[in-house]
Design a protein around this ligand. Structure first.
Ligand SMILES: CC(=O)N[C@H](C=O)[C@@H](O)[C@H](O)[C@H](O)COP(=O)(O)O
Length: 268
C-alpha cells in the first residue's frame, strides 16, 4: 500500500483532487514513492510473446536478472505469470501490464486485467490510455480506481498529448509515450525505420505535471540521454536490449549481399 498525505491512498487522492478542480494537477506530493525513485533511471522492458523464442516466465525472470545486473532500476513486463516470476527474482520494482489481443486496445485493456496485474505483484500497472474504446466498455479512470483500491499507481501508455492530459485528469500517476506510432492517429510516426517520438515527449513534458516516461523505439544510448535532456522522468528501453531477434536483424542488415567486398572472389 502506498500512502499519501493523511494516510490516504495516493491514487484516490489524485482522483479526488482532479474531480474537485477539474484541472491537470501538479502535486509532487501525489507522485508515489515507487515513481519518485525512478527519476533519471533506466527501465528495461523484458517481454516475449508466445510466438517469440524466449517466451516463458523462467526466461523472462532470467532476462530481468541480467538487465538489473546491467543497471536497470525497474523492469517492465507482461502477463501475471511473468510479473510474479520477475518480482520473485529481482529486487527492483516491476511495471506490469497484461497484453490481451492484438488489435485496438491490448495493453491491460480491461479492469480485470488491471486487477490481475496488481495482484500479481506489480508496483505500477501500465495500461493503454489512448482514447479508443476498451473491449470491456470500461473507462481508463475505472482501471485507475481498481488499481488504486489495491494501492497500485497506474502508468498511462499514450500516443498523443491530448490522451496524456486526459489520462492525468483520470488519475494516472505518470504517462509514457509507449503508443506513439501504434494507433491509427499516429501511424505515420511509427514503422520499421522510425525512431522514438521525441516531439511527443517534449510536448507531454510541457503539458502535464506528472512524470513523463520516454518509451518506444529507443535503440541507442544517445537517445536515452536526449530523452532525459528533454525532461523525461525515466526512460524505457525494450527490444534493443531484450529481443535478440530484433538486435540480430540490425546487424544482419549490415551484411553485404552484393559481393561488393570481394570476399567470395578472394576465397582460397
Ligand atoms: C507498442 C507496444 O505494444 N509496446 C509494448 C509495451 O509494453 C512493448 O512491446 C515494447 O517492447 C515496449 O513498449 C518498449 O518499447 P521498445 O521495445 O520499442 O523499446
Amino acid at each position: 500500500m502506498v500512502d499519501g498525505p493523511r494516510g490516504t491512498c495516493w491514487t484516490e487522492q489524485v482522483v479526488r483532487t482532479n474531480i474537485s478542480d477539474g484541472t491537470v494537477r501538479s502535486d509532487p506530493l501525489g507522485t508515489p514513492e515507487v515513481l519518485r525513485r525512478l527519476r533519471g533511471k533506466l527501465i528495461v522492458s523484458c517481454q516475449a510473446l508466445p510466438h517469440e523464442a524466449l517466451h516463458g516466465s523462467a526466461l523472462m525472470a532470467a532476462m530481468a536478472r541480467a538487465v538489473v545486473e546491467g543497471g536497470a532500476a525497474a523492469v517492465r513486463c507482461n502477463s501475471p505469470e511473468d510479473i510474479t516470476a520477475v518480482t520473485e527474482t529481482v529486487p527492483v520494482p516491476v511495471i506490469g501490464l497484461w497484453k490481451d489481443g492484438t488489435d485496438g486496445v491490448y495493453i491491460t485493456p480491461g479492469v480485470a486485467h488491471a486487477v490481475a496485474v496488481a495482484e500479481a505483484g506489480a508496483a505500477v500497472v501500465a495500461a493503454d490510455a489512448t482514447d479508443r474504446p476498451r473491449p470491456d466498455g470500461s473507462a481508463f479512470a475505472d482501471l485507475v480506481a481498481a488499481a488504486g483500491r489495491r494501492g497500485v499507481p497506474v502508468l498511462a501508455d499514450v500516443a498523443t498529448v491530448r490522451e496524456g492530459a486526459a489520462a492525468v485528469r483520470a488519475g494516472a500517476a505518470a504517462v509514457s509515450t509507449t503508443l506513439s506510432g501504434y494507433t491509427p492517429e499516429t501511424a505515420a510516426r511509427g514503422g520499421p525505420d522510425a525512431g522514438p517520438d521525441m516531439e511527443l515527449l517534449s510536448a507531454l513534458v510541457a503539458e502535464v505535471r506528472v512524470p513523463v516516461i520516454a518509451e518506444g523505439r529507443i535503440a541507442e544510448p544517445g537517445q536515452v540521454a536526449e530523452a532525459l535532456d528533454r525532461g523525461a522522468w525515466a526512460v524505457v528501453v525494450g527490444g534493443a536490449i531484450t529481443r535478440p531477434d530484433q538486435i540480430t536483424r540490425r546487424f544482419a542488415a549490415a551484411l553485404r549481399t552484393d559481393g561488393a567486398d570481394g570476399a567470395e572472389d578472394d576465397a582460397p
